[in-house]
Design a protein around this ligand. Structure first.
Ligand SMILES: NC(=O)c1ccc[n+]([C@@H]2O[C@H](COP(=O)([O-])OP(=O)(O)OC[C@H]3O[C@@H](n4cnc5c(N)ncnc54)[C@H](OP(=O)(O)O)[C@@H]3O)[C@@H](O)[C@H]2O)c1
Length: 407
């Protein structure tokens, strides 16, 4: 490379049609000389993916189903030099394409897990937005990354902030991680008021524009609970050393307290393009065309304790992390089922934590193997998928019961 030449980083974007995926493509547009799209993967939105294929000409593109693949083909994108795939194998093909350097995992739910593991095995750098991957399989994913010498760069704004604050510091120097939470749209409602809130109100997040599932998780504080588990795996810190503080302005994205009592914070505007760009450029920093933070305009920055009595999901996540093994798999699966039931109008907002707790109470915890299995069929990933399926069934059965009878 001669002086002034830039290295081009080649990206796979899993979940390119979603909120994070679209922001990632905006980052690519802003840095067309440094970032190139090699692979795109989406779920069902063939119309939007077809537009992205036409614009970015990736080598590979994938959708979740055969129906979406037929829809994609019908839009005339075949023959544009992009090989088209469907299903779990398609997601893996996108994540492991030999030309890819960085895999941005921004799928929702749990579909991205096998693709992330395959990308790690193929030696790709992982930029991780899809926190559910670490919640379900943190031990498996982080041990695979360590063995392979692969970096997992957090895109979630809180973990991205902590990564920036730590700046390579050793875990032994950390006294406490402090995750900030906006508190969601219902942070000031009473328990009685929470009993009557519906999906429309829950989907109106005060500070962030995000996908539907994470927006509901923000309203219940389960999003912060999932982030506590994610932080444990990313930074090797125990549950007792991870705190959550409600910060309605969402300007301080998170903080680290070091052994000597110094607290280091990362501040910025509420725009996911910043953490996405950081993960794409790391360890370099690039210019960004984002609005700048104006603290004088922001005025007051407030911090307060989370209300565990009104938002029990946060405590359930701490419980699952402390129980360890398969408990976080159950927490995550039961939460997805409960959130889907709430969005469909079949479950009340305050029943979401009750369904999750009922499912956790019914679970016999098991530890997850991270090394080679003693017998075929005992691989950690298979156990995780079995427990995930069990928890979904159990949570769906509980959610269908009359309100209040979830144990
Ligand atoms: N949005 C944020 O600001 C934010 C911040 C931090 C972390 N995150 C995390 O990032 C992840 C994505 O969030 P989001 O808000 O971007 O969600 P979203 O808007 O709902 O987008 C989800 C993406 O995943 C795709 N997808 C769903 N199922 C799939 C499957 N089986 N195979 C392949 N692709 C699939 C969707 O495709 P189709 O739309 O085509 O079906 C879409 O592209 C979540 O884990 C979330 O917790 C998000």
């Amino acid at each position: 490379m001669t002086a002034g030449e830039v290295t081009v980083r080649r990206l796979a974007i899993l979940g390119s049609t979603g909120s994070i995926g679209r922001s990632a493509l905006a980052v690519v547009d802003a840095h067309a000389d440094r970032l190139r799209v090699v692979a795109l993967a989406a779920g069902e939105n063939a119309a939007q993916l077809a537009e992205q294929i036409t614009r970015y000409r990736p080598a590979v593109a994938a959708v979740a189903t055969e129906a979406a693949l037929a829809d994609l083909r019908a839009r005339g994108v075949a023959g544009a030099g992009t090989s088209l795939h469907a299903g779990a194998g398609g997601l893996i093909a996108a994540a492991t394409h030999p030309d890819v350097d960085v895999v941005l995992c921004a799928t929702s739910g749990t579909a991205g897990l096998e693709a992330v593991l395959a990308a790690i095995a193929a030696g790709k750098t992982i930029a991780l937005a899809n926190k559910e991957v670490l919640v379900m399989a943190g031990a498996l994913v982080t041990s695979a990354a360590r063995r392979k010498g692969v970096s997992i760069l957090p895109v979630d704004s809180e973990h991205n902030a902590i990564h920036q604050c730590l700046h390579g510091r050793h875990t032994a120097e950390i006294r406490r991680l402090i995750l900030t939470a906006s508190g969601g749209p219902f942070r000031d409602l009473t328990l009685e008021e929470l009993q009557t809130v519906g999906p429309d109100a829950a989907l109106r997040h005060p500070t962030w524009q995000m996908g539907r599932k994470i927006t509901i998780d923000s309203a219940t504080l389960m999003n912060k609970g999932l982030e506590v588990i994610e932080a444990h795996w990313l930074f090797g810190v125990s549950a007792d050393c991870i705190d959550v503080v409600v910060h309605p302005q969402s300007i301080v994205h998170s903080m680290v307290e070091l052994n000597d009592g110094s607290v280091i914070a990362q501040l910025g505007v509420t725009d996911m393009r910043l953490p996405i760009q950081y993960a794409c450029s790391y360890p370099d920093r690039w210019d960004a065309t984002l609005p700048r933070l104006d603290l004088a305009k922001a005025g007051r920055l407030e911090f307060r304790e989370p209300a565990h009595d009104r938002f029990p999901c946060l405590g359930l996540a701490y419980r699952a992390l402390r129980e360890g093994g398969t408990a976080p798999v159950v927490l995550n699966a039961a939460n997805e089922v409960a959130v889907a039931s709430f969005l469909e109008g079949r479950l009340g907002f305050t029943s979401i934590p009750m369904v999750i707790e009922g499912t956790l109470n019914a679970h016999q915890g098991q530890s997850v193997l991270t090394g080679a299995p003693a017998k075929p069929g005992q691989e950690g990933i298979e156990l995780i998928r079995q427990v995930d399926a069990w928890a979904r069934e159990r949570a769906a059965a509980l959610a269908a019961r009359p309100e209040g009878s979830y144990n």
